[in-house]
Design a protein around this ligand. Structure first.
Ligand SMILES: [Zn+2]
Length: 316
């Protein structure tokens, strides 16, 4: 198959690109996501893809959606930040675009892209964590994307890591992993720390103009990069939460590579090294088993588009 179009549908932007078989983007376009109705979102996507379709000879379209997608890669079952409920997006777009169109969960797309063309290239057993506002995930096992029985596999941020007394999660449960191992958790802890121990958090407070509630990820990261002890401690605590959850995933899935992506992964080695350390402290059977690699994602924000495009090449 020659060129395909990959689309990454987000709550604020829709980005689309023509992608070749090596995962390289030939031309990329983006528009703001019109939020109100499923119809207006679908129109914006169709219009964007049609522009690219007119300018290039393409054979298929792959779309990454931020939510639950049916195992047959066609229906968006539910999206927390977009107005789709049981939306037959694949069938509608196949009809409107006159091209075979598949839909896949966006984090699954990113995991596929990192496995085929990015940080986990050459491995068949990969777990991607996207550490941002929450924790997203995608899993490739035996060279195949893991979808599960209903298409909803790899919602790893909602593993219940605290059995009792856990923090309330956006999903309605308590104690979900993303309440402890996400960028939101880092910010919550940093603000709490600055409120209770301002004299220890001087650098982060200075970067945030003196207001604990204005501390966000970049302030913590900058302070940590400068060697600030409080910021480094916050990263160590975050990394501990991430690493412990990874040990659980390794106990179940035995991946050869963990890829850490998402906005928080921009911190690079500052995050990777303590995550790997915490993970190895908790990994079951350590010392008696080969150790998986822990690497930072390479494709950044493009992973969703590239993965969606490449998945469109696979037969449904
Ligand atoms: Zn949850």
């Amino acid at each position: 198959m020659g060129l395909v179009i990959g689309v990454d549908i987000g709550g604020t932007k829709v980005a689309a690109a023509v992608v070749d078989e090596n995962g390289a983007m030939i031309e990329k376009m983006r528009v703001d996501t019109p939020g109100q109705t499923a119809g207006s979102v679908n129109d914006a996507i169709a219009e964007l893809v049609w522009k690219l379709r007119e300018r290039h000879e393409v054979e298929a379209v792959g779309m990454g959606a931020p939510g639950f997608v049916s195992a047959d890669r066609s229906t968006v079952l539910f999206t927390p930040n977009l107005p789709w409920r049981e939306e037959p997006l694949g069938a509608e777009m196949t009809e409107r675009l006159k091209l075979p169109t598949i839909v896949e969960n966006d984090a699954n797309c990113a995991a596929w892209a990192e496995t085929r063309f990015g940080a986990a290239q050459g491995s068949d057993d990969v777990v991607l964590l996207t550490i941002g506002t929450g924790i997203g995930g995608g899993i490739v096992l035996g060279g195949q994307l893991l979808r599960g029985g209903f298409g909803i596999a790899a919602e790893i941020g909602h593993m219940n890591v605290v059995i009792e007394g856990g923090l309330r999660c956006g999903c309605g449960n308590k104690g979900c992993w993303e309440q402890y191992g996400s960028g939101s958790a880092l910010i919550r802890d940093a603000r709490d720390f600055a409120r209770h121990s301002p004299s220890m958090a001087l650098r982060m407070l200075e970067l945030a103009g003196g207001d604990p509630d204005k501390i966000t990820g970049p302030e913590v990261t900058q302070a940590a990069q400068e060697g600030d002890a409080a910021a480094l401690e916050l990263y160590r605590v975050l990394a501990g939460s991430i690493g412990y959850g990874m040990a659980d995933l390794a106990a179940v899935l035995d991946p050869s590579v963990f890829v850490i992506g998402g906005g928080v992964a921009d911190a690079g080695e500052l995050l990777r090294e303590p995550v790997e350390k915490a993970f190895l402290e908790r990994l079951t059977g350590r010392g008696r088993r080969p150790l998986p690699k822990v690497v930072i994602a390479q494709l950044g924000g493009e992973a969703g588009i590239v993965g969606a495009a490449d998945l469109a090449r696979l037969p449904s």
